[in-house]
Design a protein around this ligand. Sequence first.
Ligand code: NAD
Length: 477
Amino acid sequence: MKKITIAKGDGIGPEIMDATIKILEAAKARIEWEEIQVGERVYLSGNSSGIDKNAWESIRRNKVFLKAPITTPQGGGYKSLNVTMRKSLGLYANVRPCNSFHPFVKTKHPHMDVVIIRENEEDLYAGIEHQQTDEVVQCLKLITRPGCEKIVRYAFEYAKLYGRKRVSCFVKDNIMKHTDGLFHQVFKEIAQEYPELESDAWIIDIGAARLADTPEMFDVVVLPNLYGDVVSDITAQISGSVGLAGSSNIGESCAMFEAIHGSAPDIAGQNVANPSGLLRGAVMMLNHIGQQDIAEKIINAWACTIEDGIHTADIYKEGISKQKVGTDAFADAVIERLGKRPHHIKSETFSKDVKLNLPAYKRKPKSVKVLKGVDVFVDWDGTKVDELANQLKNLESDIKLSMITNRGVKVWPEGFEETFCTDHWRCRFEVENGHPAKKESIPQALSKALEIGIDVIKTENLYEFDGVRGYSLGQGQ
Ligand code: NAD
């Protein structure tokens, strides 16, 4: 018996969880349930994280969590429980298989079978945001080498284990050369370790467009967090319904399984919700905990139910479906079919051997890091940039003012008067002779700025790593 933590969540959560548990129990899953409360009620009781200490303890003790969707109350102050959960438990890989069930569920893409593997902890979801001037706010996009290596390796290992042919990565490294550039670089490095798998990299905009139009071109797709969030919902939706897809969030010690959809408050309490997303999440969980026999029994019975045209309202179509059922009756129909295999939908077999080879991250030898200057960000509401440049000349030492940008575009020297400017200026000071900059030049420049009334809001040091520039040029530089 394996003890599992469950949360019934909000909205349709309790109905679809009850249906899922009923099916798991009928299939004789070797599981004991430990229920915790998370979500709306916990938020509204004054806990801004939506989860309390006892609930955390249960998840950390059992290490496997089956979670129904929850409602995050509207308004400020409530932190997203999903993001907190993924990051606190180190659930770095979000796996979302999206396949169609043609001709039983209506879809424009009858042959799609794509697995989205989304990085789950980094990127703009680091949640580091600041207002810096009246007019400008920023959000830091953090991409790390360990984060990239873990998720990319997970994608290749997943592809190998499940007999997939190709891994694609989506990035925007024509614009974000350092952050998305690192993700792409790590993808290329790790792809070489899997010569038996095809690999390709796409710029996210055209990649996403092709995926939405011709999903048959893709097999496993690995993406940084934000792109993965958007693309996985699109991919699930075009497969037929967001109500059908399950998702796993995998970490080194814990794992969380869920449906990809939300708590659907518009249909809550009406016994009409489709429990398939959560059920398919539970099947991924059974596979994860080594109960492949039960996982197989349930997923094949579910496929028979779909094939037999017994459909909940979200996927019911006159002429395709045979019987419109509610949540409970759908669960009963799956239970009746336990032990059967589908005739048309691909029958699933799960191997007992589901170990992915995921070695612990090994830090590379430290590079030679050389200071080359500093970007000084200034709050200034003037318009004549030459005036700002003249004031900034007072901050020079071995590092000289080389460029001023506004929203990333070079406006000094030789800017265009057409360029629109805000009150947020990035002023770059660099060594001219190729020597390392003196570290003390930076605090000296800041003291001088304070003395002459330049409002510095932050600085970013400019480094070379092993002789390679570690910062972007200004647009137009
Ligand atoms: P939603 O996914 O809850 O609903 C979108 C639409 O799809 C609705 O019309 C809904 O009725 C329908 N739908 C969703 N699941 C269905 C199912 N199983 N069967 C039939 N129809 C289904 O998205 P939303 O309305 O944007 O969000 C509602 C709440 O859910 C919000 O509070 C949001 O924060 C939360 N949410 C939670 C999670 C999670 O817990 N993992 C994920 C997304 C959204």
